[in-house]
Ligand binder design. Structure first.
Ligand SMILES: O=C(O)CCC(=O)C(=O)O
Ligand SMILES: [Fe+2]
Length: 233
């Protein structure tokens, strides 16, 4: 693998995609493990007021915080972590591992930045791993606006509208997407139950609560206190 070329492309575009990165058997096992968790119908930490306003409907699960290190096959994968080192250039830390579930018929995730782009050196790196195929039938496409990782704050507007210049990804099982947390992105409505997983990392020295405030097109939201901290219009 040409790690320099990978890092260069990531820093040009704000994201980079690797298809067939992880084997089907591992993905099938992980997908089932994630579904098993969500089938027990855990309470979402995200309240209805948040969903209504943000136009985000997703239930997150943080297995490692519960002492369930079930996903080390990805978390400790050498190439996966070598690419991370190439992108982050220096030492880095795991932020957390987050599994996400969207029920069939839910809205997906509106345009957002995972953290405010106030300082270009303060960001999270999404390492998204797809454990099942995302297709026209499943919905839940991943939409990215390339090169916006250094374009400042997401523009104000309709939370889910198509933007000129966006690209649409329909990641297949085993695909990995490295995505800069400042890069504008969203997820289209789920037509079938949808699972995604994110092994978030960050440059060393980044505050642990880097993703506490998320930037949407109509507001900034703080998860820890469950409040809108800024209306945007
Ligand atoms: O579920 C996805 O495909 C992307 C979710 C997302 O926006 C994120 O993990 O930051
Ligand atoms: Fe995100």
């Amino acid at each position: 693998m040409d790690f320099d070329r990978i890092a260069k492309q990531f820093w040009e575009d704000g994201y980079i995609v690797f298809e067939k990165f992880f084997p089907d058997e591992l993905m099938d096992a992980y997908n089932q493990r994630i579904l098993d968790h969500f089938e027990s119908d855990p309470e979402s930490e995200l309240n209805d007021e948040f969903s209504d306003k943000s136009k985000v409907q997703v239930v997150p699960w943080f297995p490692y915080r519960e002492g369930k290190p079930y996903f080390d096959g990805v978390d400790l994968d050498q190439t996966f972590n070598q690419i991370t080192t190439a992108i982050l250039k220096e030492e880095w830390d795991n932020l957390y591992c987050m599994m996400m579930f969207s029920k069939k018929g839910t809205i997906g995730q509106a345009w957002h930045q995972d953290c405010p782009p106030d300082e270009s050196s303060k960001y999270n790196l999404n390492r998204l791993v797809y454990t099942h195929d995302i297709t026209d039938e499943t919905g839940g496409n991943v939409i990215i606006y390339p090169k916006t990782h250094n374009k400042g704050e997401l523009t104000v507007g309709d939370p889910h509208e198509d933007l000129d210049g966006q690209i649409v990804l329909k990641p297949k099982k085993g695909t990995v997407v490295f995505l800069h947390g400042h890069c504008w992105h969203r997820v289209t409505p789920a037509k079938q139950d949808r699972v995604s997983s994110n092994f978030r990392a960050m440059p060393k020295g980044t505050p642990e609560d880097i993703t506490d405030v998320c930037v949407y097109r109509n507001m900034k939201y703080r998860f820890s206190t469950q409040e809108v901290i800024e209306e945007r219009n």
